[in-house]
Design a protein around this ligand. Structure first.
Ligand code: PMV
Length: 322
């Protein structure tokens, strides 16, 4: 009863910010994301009859903080399999953890994939997506390849997630400028709840989001990079405007974040096909056409405060290793 699975993090172009239900991470809005090949979380799960509770080790260090959520996902899978054994979970990331690179998304995607394989259960994609969502709202997106739509539905789980373009359909690249390796102060769940309760911009965000999502999806279908750039930067800045107008304010950016955004806008003005997006952390993701990667990489590496630059490409959904 042991298996190992891997998953990539993902980055949203049309952002998710805000929960309709915190307990099940039901998002207030849908989202459109890119699965980031080049960054990987690898997770082993082993169900053992002599354990008295689940055990979680992240990057070699026991982690009690995330254990209750991990146990919640494992309980759902155990119930499905009719198994009672607790599990030893060992997970590691080859990129900075908890700093806005969506390690929770790849973490929960790899966890549910590995646990389902270890338990030998044949589970519907929608059910695995839902169990991953219990772990992290953006995790279902990491179970799918390429460009991924997470949409709200009136069905039982309230969401549906699927790939709208596989990597070969439109091989976009993502250059990540790392500006800090520190875990963020305010979790995205804490930030989203604070925005929902205190930001006067929150209602406008939720009301205008469906049109942004529809537009983003249309531009992906038309392979219209310039239009996708505009709507994606708009969605990113609108999300951060909601965060910044919360009380207390949530400013996830550093000086280097802003400098990278400016550099990316200059590049686009000069004809380089590139745009930025930023999650709940100070890292900047520059989405570009593959031919622009080396130019974008070089430009971002020169920005003061950038400590590392990682080249990513569109990746596959989570997969079982063994
Ligand atoms: O999966 P969570 O709960 O960490 O939410 C992440 C939300 C953002 O990364 C800020 C935006 C997004 O859509 O990925």
């Amino acid at each position: 009863m042991q298996a190992t699975a891997s998953a990539h993090p993902n980055v949203a172009l049309i952002k998710y910010w805000g929960k309709q239900d915190v307990a099940t991470n039901l998002p207030a809005v849908g989202s459109l994301s890119l699965t980031l090949g080049g960054l990987t979380t690898r997770t082993s799960v082993s169900f053992e009859s002599d354990l008295e509770q689940d055990e979680l080790v992240i990057n070699g260090v026991p982690d009690a903080g995330a254990l209750s959520r991990v146990t919640r996902c494992l309980d759902m899978l155990r119930e499905h399999a009719g198994v009672k054994d607790f599990a030893r979970v060992n997970t590691s990331n080859d990129f900075p953890t908890g700093a806005g690179l969506a390690s929770s998304a790849s973490g929960y995607a790899a966890l549910v994939k590995a646990a389902a394989a270890a338990l030998h259960i044949d589970i519907a994609t929608e059910d695995l997506d839902y169990i991953a969502r219990i772990g992290s709202g953006s995790a279902p997106r990491s179970l799918h390849a390429g460009i991924v739509l997470l949409e709200k539905t009136s069905g039982l789980t309230g969401t549906r997630c699927h790939s709208v373009a596989i990597p070969d359909d439109w091989p976009l690249s993502v250059v990540v400028a790392v500006t800090s390796r520190q875990p963020k102060d305010v979790s995205s769940t804490g930030g989203m709840e604070s925005s929902r309760k205190t930001s006067s911009a929150y209602k406008g965000w939720v009301d205008t989001h469906p049109a942004d999502l529809e537009a983003g999806l249309g531009f992906v279908r038309q392979r219209d990079f310039a239009a996708l750039a505009d709507i994606s930067e708009h969605s990113c800045l609108k999300m951060h405007a909601v965060a910044m107008s919360s009380m207390p304010p949530l400013v996830y950016w550093s000086g280097a974040t802003l400098a990278c955004m400016q550099r990316i806008r200059e590049l686009r003005k000069s004809g380089v096909p590139v745009f930025f997006t930023i999650d709940a952390g100070p890292q900047v993701k520059a989405v570009c056409m593959p031919e622009a990667v080396s130019k974008v990489h070089k430009a971002l590496a020169e920005v003061p405060g950038v400590i590392d630059v990682l080249d990513c490409y569109l990746g596959n959904g989570a997969w079982v290793e063994s």
